[in-house]
Design a protein around this ligand. Structure first.
Ligand SMILES: [Zn+2]
Length: 57
């Protein structure tokens, strides 16, 4: 199936949102339970493995 890079990007972002600790309550990388203050979208970070959802630009 052909997937354009734009669709790919969208799917990637969609998957990121669906696994975001804001919804799941845990780090998508190490499954550490995150406190509410560490689950804000755009400011999330995991004190256990260092995962972060901060934008790269
Ligand atoms: Zn983690």
């Amino acid at each position: 199936m052909y997937v354009s890079s734009q669709q790919n990007q969208y799917l990637k972002q969609f998957r990121q949102v669906m696994t975001h600790p804001f919804f799941t309550g845990e780090c998508p990388q190490c499954e550490q339970q995150l406190q509410l203050v560490d689950r804000v979208i755009g400011q999330s970070h995991c004190p256990n493995c260092g995962w972060t959802d901060e934008a790269e630009d």
